[in-house]
Design a protein around this ligand. Structure first.
Ligand code: KIV
Ligand code: ZN
Length: 514
């Protein structure tokens, strides 16, 4: 009988801690729904005690998603666990994940606690968590730099107190595959009753070994992998979900009798959704989801692939939901054909968002000869409203050239009323941004401006992401258009709308440091 490897997705918690990857509530909900479609087993939706915003995210995801276990993170303190339990009240399948560090380095320098005190905390916290729900996970932070026999003691206490998942994090990305596998084997052998626990692995990628370490741990008996979409996470990131899942799927001869519940055709849509929300693109050569992951440039490879794909292709783009570069729709396609194509691409949108996306598609079809599935995906992502929009771009005219001072004339609707201004700048984008800043009265600072071509070809749409910051709050806005100046304006206005939305909600962004 094939055994299931549980996929525990922590994109919304550990992943969100990576610089530039913070998400607002609507964005987290959109991602959580995509993770549900993907078929992950657990979604770690946040760290409820860390801030009101985190609490609200866990609560809302727990309400919106019923097929998947929803998990809230908590340190071992009473309040942490109470807040996690409150946030999970409406979850169909709640899980409390409590953790404390176990390495002497952390005990001495961070916690200033003795080993005995930590053990008491573990016993107390797991018992408290079990008072709220049956599904409790315990993590020994910095496990891979902890004394092995002390870890046996700590995990034994956690298991005895009612934890059913025992997580062995490589918090600082320090271990190696053989060492990690040996640790998992040792814990399974030494912990009394370990056959009743699910061993979980949680790796960071500081040495580029997170996926290898996780796979080695599976071979040693771990049955849950903690990971993130695109491998996002603090520092060098976490284990990449798509790499673990596709390795297991592509090599059933190695991982025989093991499977995940992931619908792999939802991998690419999940990766694209995350990139469009955060504005952080994956590197082109990223395994599985990078732009070049299926591109064959070398002549000898192209020749082989044309003769038989099996020569150089170990998995197909379709298997991860990456639509081939076919022409999908033209300017005569109607609503019905557009709706069908969205369904085929797994893009489920609400009616208002659909109407906006359809209009954008028609406008694009007037100017762009070939429309690819990727074009449709970005149009849809750009048409989904993720926050109230106080400002809307109405009109833009830009002049620039080698003998003219760049100038932009911009019209924006502010709370439904049109306003117009003209500005000059060192370049056209500078002129546009100055005009928009004047009309919206924004005091934010521009942190990053990025342009990315959605497909190949001179008529490709430009996908622009703009990062701005005000009073310590950083947000990313996105815009897509075949005219990069329009895409830039949309991205900047989107970012300002997001800041405005946060200001209105007075959502306090307390530090989340663990
Ligand atoms: O890296 C880590 O140790 C963690 C724990 C909270 C599981 O993220
Ligand atoms: Zn972590």
């Amino acid at each position: 009988m094939s055994e299931r490897i549980r996929i525990f997705d922590t994109t919304l918690r550990d992943g969100e801690q990576s610089p530039g990857c913070s998400m607002n509530l609507n964005e987290k909900l959109a991602l959580a729904r995509q993770l549900e479609k993907l078929g992950v087993d657990v979604i770690e939706a946040g760290f409820p005690v860390a801030s009101e915003g985190d609490f609200e995210s866990v609560r809302s995801v727990a309400e919106a998603v019923s097929e998947v276990s929803i998990c809230g993170l908590a340190r071992t303190g009473k309040l942490d666990i109470e807040r996690a339990a409150q946030a999970l009240e409406s979850a169909a399948k709640p899980r409390i994940h409590t953790f404390i560090a176990t390495s002497d380095i952390h005990l001495e320098h961070k916690l200033r606690m003795t080993r005995e005190q930590v053990i008491e905390q573990v016993e107390r916290a797991v018992s408290q968590a079990r008072g709220y729900c049956d599904d409790v996970e315990f993590s020994a932070e910095d496990a891979t730099r902890s004394d092995r026999d002390y870890l046996v003691q700590v995990f034994s206490v956690a298991l005895e107190a009612g934890a059913s998942t025992l997580n062995v994090p490589d918090t600082v990305g320090y271990t190696t595959p053989e060492e990690y596998a040996a640790l998992i084997r040792y814990l399974r052998e030494q912990i009394p009753g370990s056959e009743h626990a699910v061993f979980s692995v949680h790796c960071h990628n500081d040495l580029g070994l997170a996926v290898s370490n996780s796979l080695a741990a599976i071979m040693a008996g771990a049955r849950q992998v903690e990971c993130t979409v695109n491998g996002i996470g603090e520092r060098a990131g976490n284990t990449s979900m798509e790499e673990v899942v596709m390795t297991m799927k592509t090599r059933p001869d190695v991982f025989h009798d093991l499977h995940t519940g992931v619908e792999t055709r939802e991998i690419y849509p999940a990766s694209r959704l995350l990139s469009s929300i955060t504005g952080v693109q994956v590197q082109p050569n990223k395994a599985v989801v990078g732009d070049n992951a299926f591109a064959h440039e070398a002549g000898i490879h192209q020749d082989g692939v044309l003769k038989a794909t099996i020569t150089y292709e170990i998995m197909t783009p379709e298997s991860i939901g990456r639509a081939s570069n076919e022409l999908v729709l033209g300017k005569h396609s109607g609503r019905h054909a557009f709706r069908n194509r969205l369904l085929e691409l797994g893009l489920d949108v609400l009616d208002d968002d659909f109407e906006r996306a359809f209009k954008r598609f028609k406008d694009l079809a007037d100017t762009k000869k070939v429309i690819y599935n990727e074009d449709i995906e970005v149009i849809v992502a750009d048409s989904v409203v993720t926050c109230d929009e106080r400002f809307e771009l109405l009109d833009l005219t830009v002049t620039s050239g080698n003998a003219t001072a760049p100038m932009a004339s911009v019209a924006i609707s502010v709370d439904g009323k049109p306003h117009k201004t003209v500005a000059t700048g060192v370049g056209p984008v500078d002129a546009i941004f100055k005009a928009i800043a004047e009309l919206t009265d924004t005091e934010s600072e521009l942190i990053r401006y990025q342009v990315h071509a959605v497909t190949a070809g001179l008529d490709a749409q430009g996908e622009v992401s703009v990062t701005i910051e005000e009073n310590g709050r950083r947000v990313i806005g996105n815009g897509v258009h075949e005219d990069v100046m329009v895409a830039s304006s949309r991205a900047y206005v989107h970012a300002i709308n997001k800041l405005e939305w946060h200001k209105r909600r007075r959502d306090v962004n307390e530090p989340k440091g663990i």
